[in-house]
Design a protein around this ligand. Structure first.
Ligand code: GRF
Length: 190
């Protein structure tokens, strides 16, 4: 099976990163996760990558004068590894011109709401507090905006009377862990 080389960008826990790797290892996702890119030294996702033997590029944006400077370094790594797709899985930073023009329609993101509702931070909390009865998960192409790129796929999820924030978060993440690998597989097989 031919495998598509991808890099995953993440800043936090890395449960989506984890799922992508286990789906790959189980032969259900024909990718090769070549690199983790992380902008938060000490994030739990780095340890996960280490355990899987996946190299990581970890940086602190404060050490650079501008976005272009660290994105150039990231791009060098991506090129060296011949990465074809960039997968954002909880990367808490807007992508800049350097990477956008290097990977046109090849950078995707997962967001825990039915965009265009509840973009930005704490989308699950925003949905919960707003009183909507349905939320969900969106996978979309990345552009220069905050969660504004063209939508690729979505799955809706009913918010239950019995839900609290924690249970809603768990249920949204279950959808993410199913939808993201499936969408990636669809895209790379097109
Ligand atoms: C996910 O909810 C994703 O939709 C959002 O950030 C979160 C990352 O979670 N963009 P994890 O680190 O993959 O557990």
């Amino acid at each position: 099976m031919e495998r598509t080389k991808i890099a995953v960008f993440a800043s936090g826990t890395g449960s989506n990163f984890d799922r992508i790797v286990t789906e790959m290892q189980g032969g259900r996702l024909s990718v090769d996760v070549c690199l983790l890119v992380c902008d938060k030294p000490g994030a739990a996702v780095i340890e996960k990558a280490d355990q899987y033997g996946i190299p990581s590029f970890v940086f602190d944006a404060k050490q650079y004068d501008k976005k272009e400077s660290f994105e150039r370094e990231i791009y060098e790594q991506l090129q060296k590894l011949e990465v074809e797709w960039v997968i954002l899985a909880g990367y808490m930073r807007l992508i800049g011109y350097t990477l956008l023009q290097a990977y046109p329609e090849r950078i995707i993101n997962i967001h825990p709401s039915l965009l265009p509702a509840f973009p930005g931070k704490d989308a699950i909390g925003q949905a919960f507090d707003s009183g909507v009865k349905v939320t969900g998960v969106t996978v979309h192409y990345v552009d220069e905006g905050m969660d504004t790129g063209k939508i690729i796929d979505q799955e809706a999820l009913r918010i239950l009377e019995t839900d609290d924030r924690a249970s809603l978060q768990r249920r949204v993440q279950e959808v993410e862990h199913r939808l993201f690998p499936a969408t990636i597989q669809k895209l790379i097989s097109e």
